[in-house]
Structure formats: C-alpha cells, structure tokens
Design a protein around this ligand. Structure first.
Ligand code: ATR
Length: 288
C-alpha cells in the first residue's frame, strides 16, 4: 500500500509535490551510469507507489556520513553499489541471513526502532533470473563459478540452496577460492580449484563473476569447460560481451549477461522497502 509521508494510508491517486515524496537512492562511486533510478522509477509507476529515487555520487571516504545524513533527512531506503557494499555491511545495525553470508550489503532501510537494517539481494536476483526468467533447473546440476571477489561471495548461498550436485569455484588467485569454499561448505557441496585444475565435468551452468572483461580479458580456463553449458556473466551489456562471445565460440548451449540479475535484485530491494513486488519482465525487455 502506498503511504503518504506522515504515515497516512492513501486512497485513490494522491497528488503529491516532490517534497512529500518518499526518498530512495543508490549510493556508489562511480554511479552516473547506474540503471537503478530508471528501474525503480519504472517499478514505482507500475505499482502506483509514490516515491523518488536518485543516484548519489559519494566520495570514497564519506560513505558512513552520507548514509547517516540520508536517513536523518527522512530518506527511506538505499541501494549500495561499488565500492561501498562492505562498508554498508559494517554500518548495518541489523543484518539478515543473506547479508551475513555475503558479508556485504546492497540494500539499507530503517526499521520501526530507527535502526539501520541491511540485506543483500544480489544472490536472490541471480537466482530469480536463472530459474524464473531463463527457466533453468539447478538442483542436481554441475555449476562452475569463476571469481572469488565480492560479486561471487554475494551469490554462493543462493546457488548452494538449490542443491546442485557440485559447485566448483575457481579463481585466478586460487587461495581466495579455497577460502570461500571453506566458508560456504556447510551450505552444500562446494570445492575450489585453480584455473588450470578445474575437473572436466559436463557443467550445466558456468557463471563468470570475475571482472576480467573490464580488462578486455576472459578468465584463463580451458574453453572446453564451457561446451554445452549455459554461460552467464554477472556483468551486463558491453562489459559481458567478451566472455559471452568466447563462450559461444566454445560451444555454450546458451549465453546471457547479468541485466536480468540487476533488475531482479532491484525488485527484491523494492519489495523490502514497499512490500510490493513489481513485474520484472517488462522492464528487462524495455532495457534490452
Ligand atoms: P567484485 O566485487 O566485482 O567481485 P573484486 O572483489 O575486486 O570485485 O574481485 C574481482 C574478481 O575478478 C576476482 O576474483 C579477481 O581475481 P583475483 O582474486 O585473482 O584478483 C577476478 N579478476 C580480475 N581480473 C581478472 C583477470 N584478468 N582474469 C581472471 N580473473 C580476474
């Protein structure tokens, strides 16, 4: 239900000035190319929620200050992007299980007691994109995840929750993959291997969670591992192209970028803040 500032339930379509609209934002650095304002504006329009959402560039050493000020000014909810997700985790006074597993937070809001709450909707975003938008079944499947940075940490809980036969995590710096596998092994069958030592299973799903594409590279793994696999890059648009092209050249059964994940993680955040679930298919199609 839409609420006017001040908490009175609305009936019909209220006329509101900009000042009275509830405020939401994404904080990051850089943030100017973020699609989040457009996505959330579309969600708001679609669901009839009255809110304003903007992108806020925050100096690298001013994140905590900016968050505190945002909520002190009456702001309702924040998304957090690079490079602040770990700081947002540290700042959150209450963390849900997803935030705790990821040790990173991409969604903040205040609870009734005025405490800053944090969640991480990235994992659920990836999962919804894979299983609902792409209709993939992950249970009893072989999954290969490339990378061991924050992006990968944020999705392991949800992937393991699908009970794959095996989830292999591999990273250029192999020790980082080993550390993550040890940390998540209580949630399911996860093992770590160096790039050159990935077992040649028939992988059903390969997720690229590295930032290699940003350097014009693909992870240095054997292309044979991609044959017949559904290959997913957690980046979107031109940043995903190099990996997805390479995957197709190596016989991937299908490829997709992470645009769907971006929209789905936004929808999860919107649902936390407004208790209403937007239709994601429409906006994914629009953005494509
Ligand atoms: P993010 O939060 O996006 O995950 P990150 O924590 O800096 O960012 O992690 C980047 C990931 O991309 C790491 O797994 C990194 O591998 P290393 O741990 O060995 O640094 C990976 N990565 C970056 N450039 C890469 C490249 N050229 N080839 C393979 N992996 C790369």
């Amino acid at each position: 239900m839409a609420l006017l500032t001040g908490g009175k339930p609305t009936r019909g379509k209220p006329k509101m000035s900009k000042q009275t609209l509830q405020q939401y934002a994404v904080m990051g650095n850089p943030v100017e190319h973020s699609l989040s304002p457009k996505i959330h504006a579309t969600f708001a329009q679609q669901t009839g929620e009255q809110l304003q959402y903007q992108a806020t560039l925050v100096a690298n050493d001013k994140f905590a200050e900016a968050v505190t000020q945002f909520f002190a000014d009456g702001g309702k909810g924040l998304n957090v992007t690079v490079p602040f997700k770990e700081q947002a985790f540290a700042l959150a006074q209450v963390r849900d299980q997803r935030a705790s597993a990821a040790k990173a937070v991409n969604t903040l809001w205040l609870d009734a007691d005025g405490r800053i709450n944090g969640s991480n909707t990235d994992g659920l975003g990836l999962l919804k994109d894979l299983t609902q938008n792409h209709q993939l079944e992950l249970t009893r499947k072989n999954i290969l995840v490339l990378g061991a940075g924050g992006a990968v940490r944020g999705v392991l809980k949800e992937l393991l929750g699908q009970q794959p036969t095996q989830l292999i995590i591999s990273n250029r710096t192999a020790e980082k993959a080993q550390t993550l596998a040890a940390e998540f092994q209580h949630l399911g069958p996860i093992t770590a291997h160096a790039f050159a030592e990935i077992p040649s299973l028939d992988f059903d799903l390969v997720v690229n969670g590295t930032s290699a594409s940003l350097h014009g590279k693909v992870p240095a793994i054997s292309g044979d591992l991609l044959k017949g696999a559904f290959c997913y890059d957690m980046m979107y648009g031109s940043n995903a192209k190099i990996f997805l092209d390479w995957a197709l050249q190596n016989g991937a059964s299908a490829v997709t970028d992470g645009l769907g994940m971006l929209v789905e993680q936004a929808a999860e955040a919107f649902n936390i803040w407004r208790d209403v679930r937007p239709n994601t298919t429409v906006i994914i199609d629009q953005l494509r």
